[in-house]
Design a protein around this ligand. Structure first.
Ligand code: EPZ
Length: 432
């Protein structure tokens, strides 16, 4: 078990480059199973979720070979196993996309139900509704889901909730179905558009991704392509928040500023300076943030995946801020840890009421999920003294070399093995 040690209070300055989008990568890799020839995928982030999905695909007989930094060839030209029973499936949510990809490719799939961050119930009823509308029969028992179809035929599918996963999974199952599929009330996230663009690069006919109606005209076959994944807007947003939190001055490079409009708007409302260029965003922290009200929503609303780090930033706001988490029902587990650091936050159901305090103080805290972990990193950077974060493996699921990137901006942060961390805490001047 590794930990992160952060000696807070350093102003972060400089330029940072974000990697490829995690939530696009974990869908695009399985999507490549639909191709009858190899696909070259670049700008793949080197994070645990990408490594895990690649390993699962290899166990199914696909070959995922790294041919350069962030560049892989996916070769699924051989016989692919449609029974995915690896325990790794339970480690991550993205494995859900094997369902749509294998159903679309082979007309059948048997898979353990996927896991992922514990942030709510994470139902898959909308995925199932979509697969059934396309003609598949579904059986769930003993923690395994089986889907099977003699033939998939296009259909009109109305999603009862705006779901990223269901939208992508239905696209994967429908690209080779007979006729036209329409997804109504589709998710509009940038990674949904990225997956549609990847499918089209393989020869699919997907129109309307990025709007709430996606039309997919089935094609007979998909062939290999070269494709570069979009930048990760959540990683970018995290570093924007880090700039605001430390009174810093950070330029986040290699981003699509449009994908971050809601974050930019809220940082401006907090009184921060934000300067957008074609492919970069510069954030200058200007002191304690002004109080704001935020409601998380599907894109283009404020992303739930940045709610947790934003809570950390607002813990030192001037006044009372309100955050309404409308996407996930239990995504406030980081709050208890922030309280250990001196934050004054009450949570009532899906609403956090944040009474800003003047400062946070370092403490020993535990990450409970990916973005909770990164929220604690932000808190540690802001806090006076030493913060020790356990369960770093959660952060590694979605952030590549986070401590190296932050150290490059002037943070005093390092990764240590469990025993070493304890020793350092005892010896540190910062601990009183
Ligand atoms: C994706 O999860 C992301 N994960 C999540 O990111 C992200 O928080 C979420 O989208 C929302 O943006 C991946 O892309 C791998 P949803 P997903 O289906 O697809 C309800 C992170 O931190 N719902 O859009 O699982 C559901 O309960 C992770 O990177 C149903 O009711 O999310 C939720 O309230 C965490 N029935 C809402 O929809 C369904 O069948 C949105 O879920 C599906 C979802």
């Amino acid at each position: 078990m590794e930990k992160l040690l952060i000696n807070g209070g350093k102003r972060l300055t400089g330029t940072i480059k974000v990697g490829g989008a995690k939530n696009a990568a974990v869908a695009i890799l399985p999507a490549a199973l639909l191709s009858d020839s190899p696909c070259v995928i670049s700008n793949l982030p080197y994070i645990d979720d990408v490594i895990v999905i690649s390993r699962i695909m290899e166990q199914l007989n696909a070959r995922v070979a790294m041919i350069g930094p962030g560049k892989a060839v996916v070769n699924a030209t051989g016989q692919i196993d449609c029974k995915a029973t690896s325990d790794m499936i339970k480690k991550m949510r993205g494995s859900i996309y094997l369902l749509g990809a294998l159903l679309g490719r082979e007309g059948r799939v048997e898979m353990l139900l996927p896991g992922g961050c514990e942030i709510g119930a994470r139902p898959i009823d909308q995925h199932i509704k979509g697969f059934e509308a396309l003609g598949a029969s579904i059986d769930i028992s003993h923690g395994t889901i089986k889907a099977q179809a003699d033939k998939l035929v296009g259909a009109e599918i109305y999603l009862d909730v705006v779901s990223v996963g269901a939208t992508i999974n239905i696209m994967l199952a429908a690209v080779k179905a007979e006729g036209m599929t329409t997804i109504v009330n589709a998710a509009k996230e940038p990674h949904v558009v990225d997956v549609a663009n990847f499918l089209n690069a393989m020869g699919a006919n997907v129109k309307g991704a990025g709007t709430d109606t996606i039309r997919i005209k089935g094609v007979e076959k998909l062939t290999g392509c070269e494709y570069s994944i979009i930048p990760d807007q959540i990683e970018a947003g995290t570093y924007m928040i880090a700039a605001a939190a430390t009174g810093g001055d950070i330029t986040v490079k290699g981003v699509i500023p449009k994908h971050l409009e809601s974050v930019t708007a809220k940082l401006l409302e907090m009184g921060m300076e934000v300067i957008e260029r074609d492919d970069s965003i510069r954030v200058k922290g200007t002191g304690r943030p002004r109080k704001v009200t935020i409601k998380t929503l599907p894109y283009p609303g404020f992303p739930t995946d940045l709610q947790q780090p934003t809570t950390s930033l607002l813990s030192i706001c001037d006044g009372v801020s309100i955050i309404n988490e409308s996407v996930w029902e239990s995504r406030f587990r980081h709050v208890e840890e922030l309280r250990r650091m001196g934050a004054d936050i009450k949570v009532e159901d899906r609403i956090a009421i944040i009474q800003g305090v003047e400062k946070l103080t370092g403490a020993s805290v535990v990450a409970t999920d990916l973005r909770a972990g990164v929220a604690l990193v932000i808190a540690g950077l802001m806090a006076e003294g030493l913060t020790e974060i356990e369960n770093v493996h959660f952060i590694d699921r979605g952030y590549e070399r986070i401590e190296e990137k932050l150290a490059g901006l002037g943070a005093d942060i390092r990764r240590v093995a469990d025993g070493e961390a304890a020793l350092k805490v005892v010896n540190s001047d910062a601990v009183v």
